[in-house]
Each structure stands twice: as structure tokens, then as C-alpha cells.
Design a protein. Structure first.
Length: 260
């Protein structure tokens, strides 16, 4: 756990303990006042004094509760911590997606649909329905298959981490080795992380990831040619049991095979 997160949680635990003490004392104060009223032994001066004590107790409770809520909100909306929590808690996943690309001239392409499956470390299958394209990683190599061209491109997994969104999802320690993570603020009711490749010729200039809580909802890619692709995930299932064959790829007969 990062030191900052540990310190923050310790502070929150301390505040919650103080909050409970104040609430308990406030309840005792109210019970005592009620009992005294029933016995009809409290004078007007005592009433005023206890009213002030009650107001002070209420003020302290409100202040402590507000601070706890504020610190909790800050911890939950730290985008980089949300990304790390997603990586830590999600060893495998599958989801449907819709992606739309806007070119450098602002022309919006036809939306594409598909599905993605991944399993850490380094295994993934990213399939676009139409035009039929597949990207498959087995932890060592990556196969990119374009059915229209009947062409397969093979790359080492290390080269794919900074250029393939599926590889980014399937990475673990490799992610922060290949990318510089920068908090991207809040918009669209999501917390955003900007992942900037450390490798200058990666082909992708920046990947933005939008989180709702610790769930990834949106990815946005900006490439070196000025194109922007937005990928919206749906039906995200965390930690499903995935068969080994999902992450294997055999080039079709007659396909042109390029690369390592």
C-alpha cells in the first residue's frame, strides 16, 4: 500500500474514533438532560448552560463528520489510486466495448463494437466485430490479425505495452514502467488518469482512462497522427475464469505473416 494511502487511512481511523467518542458523549448528555427535565429539578440557568453544551456537542459532531466525509471523498477520487486499485483487484476481466474514432480533420468514423478479455500478467484478446480484427497476447508475443488484408503482424509483448490498450489493461508492474501516470481531473462523472508512453515512438501519444469508483468505464487514445479513439466499456465482469485457448492464436492458412 502506498505510504500516502496508509497515512490517510490511519488519519481517518483516528478521526472516526474521535467522532464516535463525541457521539457517545453527546447521547449521554441528552439522556441526562431528559432525565433531569422529567424530575423537574433544572433551573433556567442550568437549562441555558446545558443548551450551550448541547450546541457545542452538535457542532463538534458535525465538524468531525464533515471532515471524515471530505477525506473519504478525496481518497476515493484520487484517479491514480483508483487505477492502482483496479489493477490490484482485477486479475482477469471481460467486457463488451464500443469505439469511435475522430480523425485529425474532425471526421467521425462509424462506431465499432467488439469484446475484450484479459488475464494478468500480459494475456489478452481484443476483438473488433466489423471490420474483423483481432489482437491476441499470450504473455510473450502479440498477434495483430486483419481479416480483410489477411495479414498477421507479430510483435514482442514488451513493445505492445505502450501502444495497445489491451496490453495496458493486462499489464501489472509493466504499466508504470511503460507509462507516466498523471491525474486528469474529474469530468463526465468520472475520475481520469492520463497515461503517457515513456517510449517516444510508441505510436500512441496518450491514453486517458475514466473510472467510476474502482471500475474502468472509458478509454481515450490519441495517436501520433492526430486521430482520437474513444472506447466505452459495458458489462464489465471482474475476475472470471478464462480458458487458456482464449489467449492463443494460430495464423490462418495463406495469411501473410509479418514480424518476429
Amino acid at each position: 500500500m502506498p505510504p500516502f494511502t496508509l497515512i490517510l487511512r490511519q488519519a481517518q481511523d483516528g478521526v472516526r474514533f474521535a467522532y464516535r467518542r463525541v457521539v457517545v458523549n453527546s447521547v449521554k448528555c441528552v439522556v441526562s438532560l431528559t432525565h433531569a427535565v422529567q424530575l423537574n429539578i433544572i433551573g433556567s440557568k442550568v437549562n441555558k448552560f446545558n443548551s450551550r453544551i448541547g450546541f457545542i456537542c452538535f457542532y463538534l459532531c458535525s465538524s468531525v463528520a464533515s471532515f471524515v466525509l471530505f477525506t473519504n471523498a478525496q481518497a476515493q477520487t484520487n484517479p491514480i489510486e483508483q487505477f492502482r486499485a483496479f489493477v490490484q483487484a482485477t486479475q482477469s476481466a471481460r467486457a463488451d466495448f464500443t469505439q469511435t474514432t475522430i480523425d485529425a480533420q474532425g471526421k467521425v468514423g462509424k462506431p465499432q463494437t467488439g469484446n475484450v478479455q484479459f488475464q494478468r500478467p500480459g494475456k489478452f484478446r481484443w476483438v473488433i466485430d466489423k471490420p474483423a480484427q483481432s489482437i491476441v497476447g499470450d504473455g510473450k508475443k502479440v498477434w495483430l490479425f486483419d481479416q480483410d488484408l489477411n495479414q498477421v503482424t507479430i510483435r514482442k509483448i514488451e513493445a505492445a505495452f505502450s501502444s495497445t490498450p489491451a496490453a495496458l489493461l493486462a499489464g501489472r508492474a509493466e504499466v508504470e514502467a511503460a507509462f507516466t501516470l498523471v491525474a486528469g481531473g474529474q469530468s463526465e462523472e468520472l475520475s481520469w488518469v492520463n497515461a503517457e508512453p515513456k517510449q517516444k515512438d510508441a505510436g500512441i501519444e496518450k491514453i486517458r482512462m475514466g473510472f467510476a469508483g474502482n471500475d474502468l468505464r472509458v478509454m481515450e487514445l490519441a495517436d501520433a497522427f492526430g486521430n482520437k479513439t474513444r472506447i466505452t466499456l459495458a458489462k464489465l465482469e471482474k475476475n472470471p475464469k478464462l480458458e487458456a485457448r482464449v489467449f492463443t492464436f494460430v495464423p490462418p492458412k495463406g495469411a501473410d505473416v509479418v514480424g518476429e
